[in-house]
Design a protein around this ligand. Structure first.
Ligand code: FMN
Length: 366
């Protein structure tokens, strides 16, 4: 048995039964031409399901708004063709014994530096800003906000109908939901703007609409981050009190599990404690949490987009925090892109078989 055995205990929550604590982090792969996941996408997820990943969170898959995506090969989570593709994905994952959530996404006004493709208008964002001070599009109208909330709820309903085990809302990394949280991109003066609690109302209304659609027993995860792709040093909550003011209304609105995105999981959230984001979120809300960020790898993922490779790294610090009860689940990103068997190898103590992550792995779906 490997030293990582604690990560291979089962986890149950509502109807969700996970064989272990390893989550495949949501990772955009852009292999779904015209927004439709192919058989190759099903096969990609099947391999991780068959190799001891407890929960797979899909790549971000966009809700039905004209500019929800930032790349034509990112999958949709609407329309007959795309949903048929997702039906095949979830059937294939279930046959392999896996458990899976789609990550429901809207990019808002965030730009994609890796493509010149632009989505049809209108660009949706709280205040027509892609980053502080940088105008892109117009502030969302009340009708656009209502339609977007409904689009998330509809996608959640479709996920449940197709047989997905839970859903995740992408509320992190400077995309639409996070653009509402962040005072740098939300300068609205209506009920969706203002203090931290008001800036959380958009997410809260999405959560309530999703909850109304999927019912009380269906697990809903929300992914959040302090950091933004537009500004790594940005923060929504500057103190534990502010974090409670941010998260508790989301829990009350229907968020069951907080997926706390950091680039390096070991970085403390506030002075005076070594607790990370997932640690604080669990302590403040009592809800289960997922940690993420450079698990098992020496370098972080933004550097990977710049071409940097990473080597396998010790899991000791992760296990110390997990054993202390800081978080319930651990998401792993890049290590699972390059090696579908990463979780299996860790479970079986085959640490010498873990490989480096090279950004070249992003070019293909293996
Ligand atoms: C290629 C790639 C695509 C990603 N796409 C998404 C995404 O669609 N949604 C999301 O929430 N995070 C996305 N991320 C961030 C990962 O989910 C994860 O938080 C990050 O890679 C850190 O984990 P790691 O250090 O184990 O790779 C992406 C990361 C990578 C490397």
């Amino acid at each position: 048995m490997s030293h990582a055995a604690p990560l291979f205990q089962p986890f149950t929550f509502k109807g969700l039964k996970l064989a272990n604590r390893i989550v495949m982090a949501p990772m955009t792969r852009s292999f779904s031409p015209g927004g439709v996941p192919t058989k190759q996408v099903s096969e990609y997820y099947r391999k991780r399901a068959a190799s001891a990943v407890g929960l797979i969170v899909s790549e971000g898959t966009v809700v039905q708004r004209p500019s929800a995506g930032n790349d034509p090969d990112v999958p949709h989570f609407w329309g007959d063709a795309a949903l048929a593709g997702w039906q095949d994905v979830i059937n294939t994952v279930h046959q392999a014994g896996g458990v899976m959530a789609p990550q429901l996404w809207h990019v808002g006004a965030a730009r994609n530096p890796r493509t010149t493709w632009t989505a049809p208008p209108p660009v949706d964002s709280p205040s027509g800003l892609s980053r502080p001070g940088k105008q892109f599009g117009e502030p969302m109208t009340d009708a656009a906000i209502a339609d977007t909330i409904a689009a998330f709820a509809k996608a959640a309903g479709a996920a449940k109908r197709l047989g997905f085990d839970c859903i995740e809302l992408h509320g992190a990394h400077g995309y639409l939901i996070d653009q509402f949280f962040w005072d740098g991109t939300n300068t609205r003066t209506d009920k969706f703007g203002g203090d931290l609690v008001a800036r959380g109302k958009f997410a809260g209304e999405i959560l309530k609409a999703v909850r109304a659609e999927v019912g009380p027993d269906y697990p809903v995860i929300i992914r959040l981050s302090q950091w933004k792709q537009q500004d790594y040093a940005a923060r929504i909550a500057q103190s534990p009190d502010e974090m409670a003011a941010w998260l508790q209304p989301l829990a009350d609105a229907g968020a069951d599990i907080f997926h706390c995105s950091q680039r390096r999981f070991w970085e403390p959230e506030f002075d005076g404690s070594d607790l990370n984001f997932a640690g604080w979120a669990k302590k403040l809300t009592g809800r289960p949490t997922i940690t993420v960020g450079s698990v098992g790898l020496s370098g972080e993922f933004i550097a990977a987009f710049g071409g940097e490779s990473s080597k396998p790294a010790s899991l000791d610090e992760l296990l110390r925090r997990f054993d202390r009860g800081d978080f319930d689940l651990v998401a792993v990103g890049r290590a699972l892109i390059s090696d579908p068997d990463w979780a299996l190898k860790v479970r079986d103590g085959r640490m010498d078989e873990l490989s480096n992550f090279s950004p070249a792995a992003l070019a293909e779906l293996v």
